[in-house]
Design a protein around this ligand. Structure first.
Ligand code: 13P
Length: 258
């Protein structure tokens, strides 16, 4: 269990800089009383710089949705950790299922990105999760293990203090299909056990493991009460002020206290 749960909104390829700015301004005003949740906005690259100007006077944080693993160079279309830091970014989503499955990002790139992000003083949100076929053939645990072993290769015990993991079953992303309490509890338990095997009990106990996949205000109370769930990585419901801020309030009211 962590001190404060995390709620991160992954906007994917939605909202112009102006739309993002107004959205965050509205959310900030509604979230003034939220002290017990770490709230993270993850807009597209083009909106990061603008939004930083609102967030820098608040405890709310900014995440990028991707990064390149090289520090600089001839990589047309890519963005480096220095560029993200200069925009006030604190977290970087890495290995999102859309990056893995739509853009064919392999585990070794994901691992290089995790290492680059940590060494730049930023915090990776490492996404893992199985496809429907893998779940149906009982491979979920094996897939989570492979993704964690590969993604965290070379990450030191000290660096693990800055790593966040997000369990996002691919079949539950953007589909309205929600993993059951039993499935979420089991996957989060397996993830924590794998981290314990790779590191130690303390690291496994203190690492934040978020759930992502069709999280909405209606299901967020039962999901945040699942053992081992330390918050959410939200797609669709993070694009509307009402649903995003409601989920944050529900998390503040229902995350179990130690
Ligand atoms: P949805 O909440 O739209 O299912 O998306 C989840 C997700 O991919 C967050 O990264």
């Amino acid at each position: 269990m962590i001190n404060k749960p995390i709620v991160a909104g992954n906007w994917k390829m939605f909202k112009t800089p102006q739309e993002g700015f107004s959205f965050v301004e509205e959310c900030v005003n509604l979230l003034l009383k939220i002290k017990e949740v770490n709230v993270i906005f993850s807009p597209p690259f083009t909106a990061l710089f603008h939004i930083e100007s609102i967030l820098k006077h608040t405890p709310l944080a900014l995440a990028a949705q991707n990064v390149h693993y090289a520090d600089k160079g001839a990589f047309t279309g890519e963005i480096s950790t220095d560029m993200l830091s200069a925009c006030g970014v604190e977290y970087v989503i890495i290995g999102h299922s859309e990056r893995r499955h739509v853009f064919n990002e392999p585990n070794d790139w994901i691992n290089k990105k995790v290492l680059t992000v940590l060494r730049a003083g930023l915090k990776p949100i490492l996404c893992i999760g199985e496809t429907l076929e893998q779940r149906k053939s009982n491979e979920t645990q094996q897939v989570l293990k492979e993704q964690l072993v590969a993604g965290l290769a070379g990450v030191s015990e000290n660096e693990m203090a800055n790593v966040v993991i997000a369990y996002e079953p691919v079949w539950a992303i953007g589909t309205g299909e929600i993993a059951s309490v039993a499935q979420v509890t089991e996957a989060h338990g397996d993830t924590r056990n794998i981290v314990e095997d790779l590191y130690n009990h303390n690291i496994a106990r203190n690492i934040a493991i978020l759930y992502g996949g069709s999280v909405k205000p209606e299901n967020s109370e039962e999901l945040i009460k699942c053992p081992g769930v330390d918050g959410f990585l939200i797609g669709g419901a993070a694009l509307k002020v009402d649903s995003f801020t409601n989920i944050i309030k529900i998390v503040q009211d229902n995350y179990p206290k130690e």
